[in-house]
Design a protein around this ligand. Structure first.
Ligand code: A2P
Length: 316
């Protein structure tokens, strides 16, 4: 398995298991099966509402002796109602308690969006806090303090654009080690990828398969189905692989970590095997032509009447 190397030489497996949308009662089995297959990188978040179950699977696998904590890479994310310097460590401690771990390998600010501490979900303008009143640099100080306290090995962000990242690069002590963003052939984000690579910030691709299982409220009626794209289907046929494997391999070939979600044993295995699929320069050229700037997670839920966040500002 290819690894991404961090400044202190820590290594993260480039292919991980996504757990967004993995329902309670399903995610335990998925994580246990993934660890049996060989996955060593788990991508979690407090807001996924399943960290206790993920943690139980990790702990039981460790107790059984099939994997060690040191061999695992566990990422989690700070939810929007935990922004602010003093709030990060308490939120992180809740995640650690849920996962049953004493440290994370990577902790990310989930969104450049701040919500009132008592609002896990924000529906109206009053539920949000403008970044002018709760700057990303203040939240980042909390992330730096969590790292200094040994609660996390690495700190980074998710859904940040170049302008958000610049604030941290200029105003922070520690450089963000990761930006986790939506990336797939329909949303290749060349400028943001180049910006991160120029600044030595690793990338992780979320929704690499097009996240067809996300809630209906987050879906557009006319959305194109990535797994059914004719070029992707044709490349899969040529390689005797599946469309999902082509999508996962595409990210690995770009040196970008990728976290396909599955709770199905056959698909977990299929996705893991994508690490062995070799795409040619011509395959990659064809995939590069598919970019259409299509977001599956479009962030519309952050734009409320008279609220402090707009999509134009969010995505830069
Ligand atoms: P399931 O969990 O039943 O396998 P994303 O990672 O982009 O969020 O996409 C996750 C969606 O893709 C889920 O609906 C998941 O369903 C499905 N999925 C995962 N792996 C595969 C695969 N190899 N082929 C087809 N669909 C897949």
């Amino acid at each position: 398995m290819k690894m991404l190397t961090f400044a202190n030489q820590d290594q993260m497996p480039i292919l991980g298991l996504g757990t967004w949308k993995s329902a309670p009662n399903e995610v335990y089995g998925a994580v246990r099966e993934a660890l049996r297959i060989g996955y060593r990188h788990l991508d979690c978040a407090a807001i996924y509402g399943n960290e206790q179950e993920v943690g139980r699977a990790i702990r039981e696998a460790i107790a059984e002796g099939s994997v060690t904590r040191e061999a695992l890479w566990v990422t989690s994310k700070l939810w929007n109602n935990g922004h602010g310097r003093e709030q990060v460590i308490p939120a992180l401690q809740r995640t650690l308690a849920d996962l049953g771990l004493d440290y994370l390998d990577l902790y990310l600010i989930h969104w450049p969006i701040a919500q009132q501490p008592d609002k896990v979900s924000a529906r109206s303008a009053a539920d949000f806090i403008a970044l002018a009143d709760c700057p990303l640099t203040a939240t980042w100080q909390g992330m730096e303090a969590a790292q200094a306290a040994g609660l996390v090995r690495h700190i980074g962000v998710s859904n940040f654009n170049a302008r958000h990242l610049t604030q941290l690069l200029e105003g922070g002590q520690v450089k963000p080690a990761m930006n986790q963003i939506e990336l797939h052939p329909y949303l290749q984000q060349p400028a943001l990828v180049a910006f991160c690579q120029e600044h030595g910030i690793h990338l992780t691709a979320y929704s690499p398969l097009g996240s067809a299982d996300r809630p209906a409220g987050l879906k557009a009626a006319d959305e194109p189905i990535l797994l059914e794209d004719p070029i992707i289907v044709q490349l899969a046929r040529q390689h005797q692989a599946t469309p999902a494997q082509v999508l996962i391999s595409w990210s690995i070939h770009r040196g970008i970590a990728v976290i396909p979600k599955s709770v199905n044993p056959g698909r977990l295995r299929e996705n893991f095997a994508a690490a062995e699929l070799h795409l040619s320069a011509e395959d990659l050229r064809q995939l590069a032509t598919l970019d259409r700037g299509r977001r599956y997670v479009d962030g519309k839920f952050w734009e409320v009447p008279d609220g402090p966040y707009t999509l134009a500002e969010l995505w830069g």
